[in-house]
Design a protein around this ligand. Structure first.
Ligand code: UT7
Length: 327
């Protein structure tokens, strides 16, 4: 068994920023409603002509450059977590490989907003087992392309962006992933979904007319499910590892709604100094939210060698995943 080290980090945030006030001009909403209900003030939207693989490319280049400074050259796998792929076929990780021009295997992880945390488990397992030495792991979303801007209940929530980790094998087996827990409730698959475009309901003029090509969400039900599941799942993981909530140095939660994060923190008695949030700036960037938040917390020196980090995310599926990590 080996350990895992984060040898490079990168992010990319698109140039075009939309404020809540911008949204007030195109739909029946208000800055006050959005900020109070979600904690969001801004979101960024991908430039015309760019797609998820482009956002992934920019974040990946920064992470790869940093890893190269640590002597990391060869990447074995590219794992891309996304819910807004460039195409239905092939995987966006293949497109990313082509743009990077590096020789590596590639795969996408597509498990809702929890996809990056799932991908972190997959990448870490490859490295710990000795099957891989270096993995480029990216969470990237151009999810704004799936939004119906006349649906105020969903479109105000999301934003685009990308975050990347280079994960590398080290001999200290106590560093990297320590433990994880994951779960799915597929009976809630239609809480967050795009009804048309898959094999169940292929694209048709009718599906476009009925706006079934856009993301739909039962926000209130998602909210209730998360706050009832996540605290007990995190507690189970901590208990299993003989840790108390405030033994963790940094919590990186999926940035979906500040009220959800606050409810989890309150339930577990987590000190607010141990949580890094940036939902106000970027909104919910789906599978990109966890690596973007980690990048910012790391660059602000909120953590250092040997810090304990808990990554926690949930999303469409309905899926959730928690990872306990030692830097
Ligand atoms: O990463 C994916 C996971 N997704 C999530 O985590 C989403 C979780 N859910 C949420 O974040 C919240 O449920 C929302 C922010 C989506 C909604 O907040 P809420 O407090 O649950 O509001 P609600 O859906 O119960 O709606 C309350 C009212 C409704 O009006 P009535 O029926 O009370 O007259 C809505 O029509 O707010 C109205 N509303 C809005 N008003 C102004 C809904 N969206 C908006 C809006 N602006 N954008």
């Amino acid at each position: 068994m080996f350990g895992v080290e984060i040898s490079g980090l990168g992010i990319y945030i698109p140039q075009k920023r939309l404020t809540n006030f911008d949204l007030e001009k195109i739909m029946d909403t208000s800055d006050e409603w959005i900020y109070q209900r979600t904690g969001i003030k801004y979101r960024y939207v991908v430039e015309d002509g760019l797609s998820t693989s482009d956002l992934a490319l920019f974040a990946a280049k920064e992470a790869l450059n940093e890893a190269e400074k640590h002597g990391i050259k060869d990447i074995d796998y590219i794992i891309l977590a996304t819910n807004s792929p460039d195409y239905i076929i092939p995987a966006t990780s293949s497109v990313l490989q082509g743009k990077l021009g590096i020789s590596a295997g590639s795969m996408d992880v597509f498990s809702g907003c929890a996809a990056f945390v799932y991908a972190l488990i997959v990448a870490s397992s490859l490295i710990k087992s000795g099957l891989s030495k270096n993995v480029l792991l990216v969470g990237a979303e151009a999810i704004s392309k799936y939004l119906d801007w006349s649906d105020r209940s969903v479109s105000i929530l999301l934003g685009d962006g990308a975050g990347a980790f280079v994960l590398s094998r080290i001999n200290d087996k106590d560093r990297g992933i320590i433990d994880c827990n994951v779960g799915t409730d597929g009976s809630k698959a239609e809480l967050i979904y795009i009804p048309a475009g898959g094999t169940k309901e292929p694209f048709s003029e009718k599906s476009i007319e009925d706006k079934k090509i856009y993301l739909r969400m039962q926000g209130r039900d998602v909210f209730k499910s998360v706050v009832s599941i996540l605290p007990s799942e995190i507690k189970k993981l901590l208990d299993k590892n003989n840790l108390k909530p405030n033994d963790i140095d940094l919590y990186i939660f999926h940035q979906a709604n500040i009220r959800i994060i606050n409810a989890v923190m309150e339930n577990l008695g987590i000190d607010e100094k141990k949580v890094y949030n940036n939902i106000e700036k970027y909104a919910n960037t789906s599978a990109a939210s966890v690596p973007i938040a980690f990048y910012e917390a790391y660059r602000k020196n909120m953590i250092g060698p040997n810090s304990l980090v808990l990554f926690s995310a949930f999303g469409a599926g309905f899926t959730w995943a928690n990872v306990l990590w030692k830097l």
